[in-house]
Ligand binder design. Structure first.
Ligand code: ARG
Length: 459
C-alpha cells in the first residue's frame, strides 16, 4: 500500500528496510504535545484568515483534544508506517473527525511543523533545566551557609595550597551554575521565534498570519526568513553546548565528592541514599551516583558533536539528515536533568567531617603564605624576600617533621632575627581563613554574607 499522506504518485509501498530507516515515530512521539499545540494554533489562524471554515477549525480543535487525551492515556496506537508524530496525529484526527482533518495541512509543511515542535520542546527543556539548576544552587548555598566556618584545605595541582572554608568551595559551584543559567537564558531569547508558516521552505500563497500563530505559541515573533526557519537547528546546538559546559561543571563536583568520600580523604560522608555496596566485598560503600555524574559529559558532549557534524555542510534547506537531531538531544537533556537531580540529592545528603577537614587543612604548611604576608606587613620586606625566608622556614619544619605553628621562635629567628612571637597568630588555619576578607575571598564573614545573598536571590 502506498503512503496515505504522500503516496499519490507512488505505485507501491516502501521496502521494509526503507520504512525502518525512515521512521522517526519511535522517538519523536515525545513531541506530541508541541505538535498538537502547533496544529491548534495553525487551525485557529487558518479560520481567522478565512482560509478554512470556522466549523472545520472547531472540529479540528475538538479532534486534536481527543488525540491528546488518547496519547496521554496510552490509548493511541503509534504506527511506523505513518513515519512520524506529525502524520500519526493527523491520521488519527481523520479517524475522529473525518474529511475536515485534511484541511489542517493547508499552508503548512512538515518542515516548518517539525521546526516549530522542536523549538517548543527545547524551549520547555530550557525552562525545566533552569528550574533544576536553581534548586541545585539553593542546595549548595544552604550547605555553604551551614559550613561558612568549616575549614578545609584548598588545593592547586591537587596539592594542599591554602586553607579555605567548605562554604566558599560550595559557593564556587553556585557561581558556575549561575553562568550556565545565564547561557540558557540567552539561548532562550534567541530561540523564541516561530518557524510556523515558513511551509516547506519558500513561504505560502495563502494569506496566513504568522504573527498570530507565533503569539499563540508564546513566541516573541515569527522568524523573518522561511528558508532559515526550516533549515537551522542552532537553537538545539546552543542548548547542547550549554548542557555540555554544565555537565562539565557537575562532573568536577562529582569527582570531588568521589575523592572526598574515600577512606583516605574522609572529608565527607554520603548516606545509604547516595551510595551502593559491592556484591563481593561486604565492607564497600561506593559513590556510584557521583561517578555517573562524572561520566555524563561523555554522552552530552557526544550529542553536541553529533549534531554539529550532522548540520555541518548541509545545503539549505531541509534534508532528512535533520531528523537525526532529536535522539542525541533527547538523550543529552534527559541525562543532564538526571545528573542535576542526583547532584542536588548528594549535596543535600553529604555531611562534611569538620575535624578531619580541619586537620587536613593544617597539613602541607598551608599557612606559609600567611607567614610570608606577615613578614611583608610587619618587617616591610619585599614579598619576594619574604617568600624566600618563608621557604627556608618551611624547609626547617620539614626537617623537624612538624607543622609551622610547632616551630620554636628561636629556630625561626635563626633564619630571620626580627621575627617575634606575634607571628604565631597568623599561623593557624582559623587565622588564615579569617584574614582572607578581600572581595571574593574565603573569610567566613564573606561566605556567610554571600550565601545569604544567594539564598535571597534564589527565592
Ligand atoms: N520526521 C521528520 C523530521 O524529524 C519531519 C519532517 C519531515 N519532512 C520531510 N520533508 N520529509 O525531520
Amino acid at each position: 500500500m502506498t503512503n496515505k499522506m504522500w503516496g499519490g504518485r507512488f505505485k507501491s509501498g516502501p521496502a521494509a528496510i526503507m520504512q525502518e530507516i525512515n521512521a522517526s515515530i519511535s522517538f519523536d512521539k515525545r513531541l506530541y504535545r508541541q505538535d498538537i499545540a502547533g496544529s491548534k494554533a495553525h487551525a485557529a489562524m487558518l479560520a481567522q484568515q478565512g482560509i478554512i471554515s470556522k466549523s472545520d477549525a472547531a472540529e479540528i480543535k475538538r479532534g486534536l483534544d481527543q488525540v491528546q487525551v488518547e496519547i496521554e492515556n496510552n490509548r493511541f496506537t503509534f504506527s511506523e508506517a505513518l513515519e512520524d508524530i506529525h502524520m500519526n496525529v493527523e491520521q488519527r484526527l481523520k479517524g475522529i473527525i473525518g474529511v475536515s482533518a485534511g484541511r489542517l495541512h493547508t499552508a503548512r509543511s512538515r518542515n516548518d511543523q517539525v521546526a516549530t515542535d522542536f523549538r517548543l520542546y527545547i524551549r520547555d527543556m530550557v525552562d525545566h533545566l533552569d528550574g533544576q539548576l536553581r534548586d541545585l544552587q539553593v542546595a549548595l548555598a544552604e550547605k555553604a551557609l551551614a559550613h561558612a566556618k568549616t575549614i578545609m584545605p584548598g588545593f592547586t595541582h591537587m596539592q594542599v595550597a591554602q586553607p579555605v572554608t567548605f562554604g566558599h568551595h560550595c559557593l564556587a559551584y553556585v557561581e558556575m551554575l549561575a553562568r550556565d543559567r545565564s547561557r540558557l537564558k540567552d539561548a532562550r531569547v534567541r530561540m523564541n521565534e516561530s518557524p510556523l508558516g515558513a511551509a516547506a521552505l519558500a513561504g505560502t500563497s495563502f494569506p496566513i498570519d504568522r504573527a498570530m500563530t507565533a503569539k499563540a505559541l508564546g513566541f516573541d515573533r515569527p522568524m523573518r526568513n522561511s528558508m532559515d526557519a526550516v533549515a537551522d537547528r542552532d537553537f538545539v546546538l546552543e542548548l547542547l553546548s550549554t548542557a555540555a559546559i554544565c555537565a562539565t561543571h557537575l562532573s568536577r563536583l562529582a569527582e570531588e565528592i568521589v575523592i572526598w568520600s574515600t577512606a583516605q580523604f574522609h572529608f565527607v560522608k554520603l548516606s545509604d541514599k547516595f551510595t551502593t555496596g559491592s556484591s563481593i566485598m561486604p565492607q564497600k560503600r561506593n559513590a556510584d551516583a557521583a561517578e555517573l555524574v562524572r561520566a555524563k559529559p561523555g554522552r552530552i558532549l557526544g550529542a553536541l558533536t553529533s549534531l554539529l557534524v550532522i548540520i555541518k555542510g548541509l545545503p539549505l534547506t531541509y534534508s532528512k539528515d535533520m531528523q537525526e537531531d532529536k535522539e542525541p538531544a533527547f538523550d543529552a537533556i534527559d541525562n543532564l536533568s538526571l545528573a542535576i537531580a542526583a547532584t542536588a540529592g548528594m549535596v543535600r545528603d553529604l555531611e562534611p567531617d569538620r575535624d578531619v577537614m580541619r586537620r587536613a587543612a593544617a597539613t602541607g604548611f598551608s599557612t606559609a603564605t600567611d607567614l610570608a604576608d606577615w613578614l611583608v606587613r610587619t618587617l616591610s620586606l619585599p614579598f619576594r624576600d619574604a617568600h624566600h625566608i618563608t621557604g627556608s622556614i618551611v624547609a626547617l619544619a620539614e626537617k623537624q617533621n612538624c607543622d609551622l605553628p610547632d616551630l620554636k621562635l628561636m629556630d625561626m629567628q635563626k633564619i630571620e632575627p626580627r621575627i617575634t612571637k606575634d607571628v604565631y597568630k597568623v599561623l593557624t588555619v582559623e587565622a588564615s581563613v579569617n584574614s582572607r576578607a578581600s572581595f571574593g575571598g574565603t573569610a567566613p564573614s564573606n561566605v556567610t554574607r554571600e550565601a545569604r545573598r544567594w539564598l535571597k536571590l534564589l527565592q
